[in-house]
Design a protein around this ligand. Structure first.
Ligand code: SF4
Length: 342
């Protein structure tokens, strides 16, 4: 088990069980999540030696990084069992956003996504997800730049499919003794597991929830996102409304524009209908082309026309700039290339 998966209260029990003063747990948690050498946390050498014998202290290692001209950096992380995951660090004027993975691969099967091509290998632990942030922060300390200030759970994996570890990660990463990222600076993106959205609404974790909708029509969604066979658009939007009622957060609708699939006037009108009563903003994204898929983004003129159609329907939408496109920006691509080459 990795040591990063425990909250301070759990570390207290562990440390007390080993015969040490429980208050050391706060020191240990703080040292671990702020990074650095465990022998420099102010704990006794004997305690650190024993912990190192019992727990994994290096669950994630950066084995490759690629930097784009806009400063976006893509990381390939190796987990202790040898599995690979990806993360992307994007620089904005307001801070540095790290996109983290929550699973090795993904079981959701979206037709436009490279992460799901080999299916899901396994869930990440809460500590492994936290260690993605910690290892990127460690690089920042060694070189230039600021630490991670914002996190998006939008890398490989469906966070709500790995429910317990995702919830625990959110409690760990926002803990004031550790990495201490405000929940308001965290976004969780889901393909629409409606039952889990209801459950998540009651966790008192008011992050920004983004729904990857990609079409307002059930029959189109079923073709490109198998999750739509389980939950209709109407059911998913109802779950989102419940989340926003509970948390007071405004929702985000992620909408990857796909040529010939979801960018017509019919789509704009139906979006207006299905989103009625939902306080939300639509993020339009140019579909990231994946070699293995036959779906393509529209041209910029068509994308702008679709945005105007949404505005005419009274919907708030922006076209999000794709960052780091030249470095295999789409989720799962760097990992696939690395596996192919090695
Ligand atoms: S888009 Fe997200 S939910 Fe869909 S297959 Fe890819 S990682 Fe999974």
């Amino acid at each position: 088990m990795d040591i990063y998966s425990f909250l301070p209260s759990e570390l207290e029990e562990i440390i007390a069980g080993m015969g040490y003063e429980p208050y050391r747990a706060r020191q240990l948690f703080s040292g671990l999540h702020r990074g650095g050498n465990p022998y420099k946390f102010g704990l006794s050498k004997k305690l650190v030696d024993e912990l190192l014998q019992r727990y994994e202290f290096r669950p994630v290692e950066i084995i490759r990084s690629l930097k784009a001209s806009d400063g976006t950096e893509k990381f390939l992380f190796k987990l202790s069992g040898g599995n690979l995951i990806e993360g992307v660090l994007m620089r904005y004027s307001y801070g540095n956003t790290l996109c983290v993975s929550t699973q090795v691969g993904c079981a959701m099967g979206c037709a436009f996504c490279a992460s799901t091509i080999g299916g899901m290998v396994r869930h990440l632990t809460a500590g492994e997800i936290a260690a993605e942030v910690i290892s990127v922060n460690a690089l920042r300390r060694e070189g230039e730049g600021r630490s991670v200030t914002n996190v998006v759970l939008m890398g490989s994996g469906e966070p709500l499919h790995n429910y317990d570890n995702t919830v625990k990660f959110l409690r760990i990463v926002s803990h004031e003794l550790g990495i201490n990222i405000s929940l308001r600076n965290i976004s969780l993106s889901t393909c629409g597991l409606a039952d889990k959205i209801y459950r998540f609404s009651d966790e008192n974790l008011p992050v920004t929830l983004s729904l990857s909708l990609h079409s307002p029509f059930d029959e189109v969604r079923r073709k490109i996102m198998p999750v739509a066979k389980r939950y209709t658009v109407a059911e998913t939007v109802e779950a989102l409304k419940y989340y926003f009622e509970k948390t007071g957060r405004r929702g985000i609708i992620e909408y990857a524009m796909i040529k010939g699939v979801n960018v017509s006037a019919k789509d704009a009108a139906e979006l207006k209908r299905v989103l009625r009563g939902l306080n939300c903003h639509i993020n339009l994204i140019m579909l990231n082309e994946v070699k293995e898929s036959d779906l393509f983004p529209p041209g910029m003129a068509e994308a702008l026309r679709f945005k105007r159609m949404l505005a005419a329907e009274g919907l708030s939408a922006t076209i999000r700039k794709s960052k780091g496109a030249e470095i295999e920006g789409a989720c799962g691509q760097l990992r696939r290339r690395y596996i192919e080459q090695n």
